[in-house]
Design a protein around this ligand. Structure first.
Ligand code: CTP
Length: 400
């Protein structure tokens, strides 16, 4: 089998320079990339750069190499088309089927998955015209990644930044691996909690746990790539923000609970991947706790934290909302998992075996997903993303 063929469409925004990095990642990971810039994109990055980095000639118009019928061929032969950056103008043209240059012709002839990574000023992104164009593209099965929030071209900041090229690359890789043209979570809102809560003792100390947040981030990324609107409630993770995901940072279990309940109000699914502390110190010392010569330390008294998973499972914010929990077990993994599933009342429970060197902080995972309907889905040892895809498969089948 030959290399997967990717068309990288580049439209005319300052973020075009970041598409060079995306191009590098795609070519270095074994993709055959054809760059199709618009004429305006060439004001930002010249044809020589695209041609040198891709190893293919670059043209913006349908009139070059007419004997090869490029305006039809490039789109027809592609396994994936990704447009990064996609300007407001490009989204409008794509939504309305205009075909006045090579890129817009390619978009009309492509029958493969199409990913748009928009970048523009916040006002343009929020304009009803753009909103409708994005909705149209999504309805037709394109993956439109939400822009990132941050510094824009000038001094202003807001939503509209091109997501990190590494994140766009990940989205492309996943779409290619799944080989689907219609992402199955389009129109769905999903909430994922990730990381581990920290329960403060005083301003400098806390009770915490070793959860890295990687599994929750993998869930958020894969859901976004499958078209969902994703709210990621991140407890003390320090990981790069996934593209196209709304992130709510939290610290303690109580904060996490508030954020989850708020986001869950209109969610189709809630996945509790965060390691929530079961207990918190009964008292918080406003000043740093000092050691005193000749005195033993005071014991730390703990109180129970609310069980968020049990609460949202018992009191569903929406009819048909799917609730997923995670369980980390060291012994009798399946039996304990079944008991926990019943106790928590969720629809699915992902049970991992943990130990000193297993799961925490690693890139890989192995699990069994137990269903309240008695189902048991083993997930072989593999990347956290593979487990995430299986979780979304099971969620999507319950949402249908
Ligand atoms: N969880 C939660 N709220 C808590 C504790 C846990 O929502 N206060 C969620 C976690 O996000 C996870 C699931 O419950 O999805 C399982 O957590 P776990 O700590 O394994 O279960 P516990 O009920 O604490 O059981 P035990 O400590 O006895 O294993």
């Amino acid at each position: 089998m030959g290399k997967p063929r990717v068309v990288l469409g580049v439209s005319g925004g300052i973020a075009a320079y970041k598409a060079c990095e995306l191009l590098r990642r795609l070519t270095e990971s074994g993709h055959d990339v054809r760059v199709v810039p618009t004429a305006s994109a060439l004001h930002f990055v010249g044809a020589a750069t695209w041609s040198a980095l891709s190893g293919h000639p670059v043209s913006t118009e349908v009139w070059d190499d007419v004997h090869e019928v490029p305006h039809v061929r490039i789109g027809q032969q592609a396994d994936l088309v990704v447009v990064a950056p996609a300007t407001a103008d490009m989204l409008a043209k794509a939504a309305h089927g205009l075909a006045d240059d090579l890129l817009t012709n390619t978009l009309l002839t492509a029958r493969c998955p199409v990913v748009f990574a928009p970048a523009m000023h916040t006002e343009m992104w929020e304009h009803p015209a753009t909103r409708e164009n994005v909705a149209t593209l999504r309805r037709r099965g394109a993956l439109v990644i939400e822009p990132a929030v941050g510094r824009l071209t000038g001094v202003d900041t807001g939503k509209g930044r091109l997501p990190d090229p590494a994140e766009i690359f990940e989205a492309c890789r996943r779409v290619l691996a799944r080989g689907v043209t219609a992402p199955d979570l389009v129109g769905r809102h999903v909430v994922v909690s990730a990381g581990g809560t920290r329960e403060p003792l005083d301003p400098v100390r806390f009770l915490g746990n070793r959860s890295s947040g990687k599994q929750g981030y993998a869930l958020a990324r894969t859901a976004a790539a499958r078209g969902a609107r994703v709210t990621l409630i991140a407890a003390n993770t320090g990981l790069p923000d996934p593209a196209g995901v709304d992130i709510v940072p939290v610290g303690t279990a109580v904060h996490l609970r508030e954020a989850v309940l708020k986001a869950a109000a209109d969610a189709d699914a809630v996945v509790m991947a965060a390691a929530v502390a079961d207990f918190r110190p009964a008292d918080y010392a406003a000043g740093k706790i000092k050691k005193k010569d000749g005195e033993e330390p005071e014991p730390v008294v703990l109180v129970r934290n609310p069980d968020i998973l049990a609460e949202i499972s018992a009191d569903r914010a929406r009819v048909g909302q799917v609730v997923v929990g995670f369980a980390a077990e060291t012994d009798d993994v399946l039996a304990n998992g079944r008991k926990k599933l019943r106790r928590k009342g969720c629809d699915l429970l992902v049970v991992n075996e943990v130990g000193e060197r297993r799961t925490f902080g690693s890139e890989e995972n192995e699990a069994v997903v137990l269903g309240a309907d008695g189902s048991e889905t083993p997930v072989p040892h593999g990347p956290k993303e593979a487990l995430a895809e299986i979780v979304w498969d099971l969620v999507a089948s319950r949402l249908e």
